[in-house]
Design a protein around this ligand. Structure first.
Ligand SMILES: [Zn+2]
Length: 72
């Protein structure tokens, strides 16, 4: 098992996507509507911070699935 240094986000390697039911109309136009690969709920894909790539994370899911898994 590989131990990686913690990044500034401190989020545990999962990209969390806010649910559309929680944020129906985001101010940020760079958010893209997508579906959670875990539960299929409509959620928002936000652009990753500078220097991050999607393949640096363990996966992505909506905030609800992250909560169910005990992630923050
Ligand atoms: Zn989900």
């Amino acid at each position: 098992m590989e131990i990686k240094p913690r990044k500034k986000s401190d989020c545990g390697g999962i990209i969390m996507m806010p649910l559309k039911v929680n944020i129906p109309d985001p101010n940020d136009k760079s958010w893209e509507e997508t579906k959670c690969p875990e539960c299929g709920a409509v959620c928002w894909k936000r652009p990753l911070p500078k220097g991050f790539r999607e393949d640096m994370f363990n996966g992505k899911m909506c905030t609800m699935c992250a909560l169910k898994r005990g992630l923050r």
